[in-house]
Design a protein around this ligand. Structure first.
Ligand code: NAD
Ligand code: UDP
Length: 338
């Protein structure tokens, strides 16, 4: 008798931007997929096409509470990811990262599941080493407005490695750099979604600060391929590993590209830079290339932006919950006592 290669796989945050693309790939491969989400920063639209499939199950649950499931693998993606979303309720953000990790790791210990943690380039803070290799320990302000996310993710990495060392839990840790594409929440306040929506509506493009800060933008399909390869990597390679596109652009360059590709008449305006906004960010992906069968991003920024623009242009914004009045630059003004 041969045993089935099909697995029972849990994706926490599975209705979110990245989680929903992971669910798509796993369902397509025939696995039994359980998507757990509390819909804090996502809506059912992202996974509605999967509802009703025999190998897909949706559970509304908050990962800060324990959950009892029998699974073979877990992708732990649950956490608000954009500054506007994670600063909305910073205490809850920290709880989601830390208590979520503890609950998932406890389950993985009991079921002997392999568990992958979605960590972030934010563990490097405002980096003074450029580009950032995994060996760089970071420059995070532990009491700033981004700390609920940065330090929460750093603590989650610590707990993952301690469960691995103390209890033999089979872990994988990835550090994701800025990723964009279809199914980003239109009101997440991230730079790509903001600029595209503003350009499509002919509104001013809001550059925070002078726009000289840099980011490296990875298209979602490239990232998800890297995530799946990391889960399948040999047990000798657990990470942390950087996943992202090493192409580096200033925020002003991004704005100009979006205007060009949308043929928009929008103007660029400058707003205050949020506190602790990293000045530069670019992944060193040597480790991923070497250990993930030559993985590297294939979609360049303009090609990825065109697909994302097409997605946002076709979106019925009336279906999405409005943003809160909390925006990144407002919170920085408050921080500065203005
Ligand atoms: P997202 O906001 O679209 O997805 C996060 C999902 O988690 C949402 O569906 C949300 O409702 C859910 N969630 C939040 N809190 C939860 C809780 N307490 N219980 C259950 N579900 C909860 O964001 P994303 O971009 O898809 O990010 C997914 C993961 O990847 C996050 O952990 C994020 O930190 C990490 N990450 C993303 C990026 C990026 O550029 N997209 C970069 C670095 C790290
Ligand atoms: N940003 C901007 N205008 C916006 C939204 C963001 O200039 O409307 C800037 C932001 O200050 C940061 C960069 O774009 O320097 C990326 O911001 P995002 O929130 O997408 O991600 P993160 O700062 O977490 O990398």
């Amino acid at each position: 008798m041969t045993t089935s290669p099909l697995k029972r796989i849990l994706v926490t945050g599975g209705a979110g931007f990245l989680g929903s693309h992971i669910c798509d790939r796993l369902v397509e491969q025939g696995h039994d997929v359980i998507c757990v989400d509390n819909f804090f920063t996502s809506q059912k639209q992202n996974i509605s096409h999967l509802l009703g499939k025999p190998n897909f199950e949706l559970v509304r649950h908050d990962v800060t509470h324990p959950l009892w499931l029998e699974v073979d693998e877990v992708y732990n993606m649950a956490c608000p990811a954009s500054p506007v979303h994670y600063q909305y309720n910073p205490i809850k953000t920290m709880k989601t990262s830390v208590m979520g990790a503890i609950n998932i790791l406890g389950m993985a210990k009991r079921t002997r599941a392999k568990v992958l943690q979605a960590s972030t380039s934010e563990v490097y803070g405002d980096p003074d080493v450029h580009p950032q290799p995994e060996s760089y320990r970071g420059n995070v302000n532990p009491i700033g407005i981004r700390a609920c996310y940065d330090e929460g993710k750093r603590a989650a990495e610590t707990i993952f490695f301690d469960y691995h060392r103390s209890n033999g839990v089979n872990i994988r840790v990835i550090r994701i750099f800025n990723t964009y594409g279809p199914r980003m929440h239109p009101y997440d306040g991230r730079v790509v979604s903001n600029f595209i929506l503003q350009a499509l509506a002919g509104q001013d493009i809001t550059i925070y600060g002078d726009g000289a800060q840099t980011r490296s933008f990875c298209y979602v399909d490239d990232l998800v391929e890297g995530i799946l390869r990391m889960m399948a990597a040999p047990d000798s390679f657990i990470g942390p590993v950087n996943l992202g596109n090493p192409g580096e652009f200033t925020i002003r360059e991004l704005a100009e590209k979006v205007i060009k590709l949308t043929k928009s008449k929008s103007k660029l305006i400058n707003l205050p830079l949020p506190a602790d906004d990293p000045t530069q960010r670019k992944p060193d992906i040597t480790l991923a290339r070497k250990n993930l069968n030559g993985w590297e991003p294939k979609v360049d920024l303009e090609a990825g932006l065109l697909k994302t623009i097409e997605y946002f242009a076709g979106l019925d914004l009336r279906q999405y919950r409005k943003p809160t009045d909390h925006t990144a630059h407002k919170s920085s003004q408050k921080h500065a006592g203005q």
